[in-house]
Design a protein around this ligand. Structure first.
Ligand code: FES
Length: 86
């Protein structure tokens, strides 16, 4: 069995919803799975269409917030908690 990251907890600041992102999914996929619409195109971190402001976050490395985040390439790993401006 391979090591898996813990799920990432994503809070949606404007709607007040909380979504759990399992290790195998990106934030974009997990949001789509629960019916949260986010515009996307390339789904590879290139075009910037899915870019959303992360208001705060917690993880294993220090990051400065608020900061833009491409949801199609953000997955559980170094991040354990995120608050998005959605
Ligand atoms: S959809 Fe293109 S960067 Fe995310």
């Amino acid at each position: 069995m391979t090591h898996q990251s813990p799920p990432l907890v994503v809070e949606l600041h404007r709607s007040g919803r909380t979504v759990l992102v399992p290790p195998a999914l990106t934030v974009l996929e997990a949001l789509e799975n629960v019916g949260v619409a986010v515009d996307s195109m390339c789904r590879a971190g290139i075009c910037g269409t899915c870019e959303t402001v992360a208001l705060s976050g917690t993880g294993t490395r220090p990051d400065h917030y608020p900061r833009p985040l491409r949801l199609c390439t953000t997955a559980p790993g170094t991040l354990t908690h995120l608050v998005l401006d959605l």
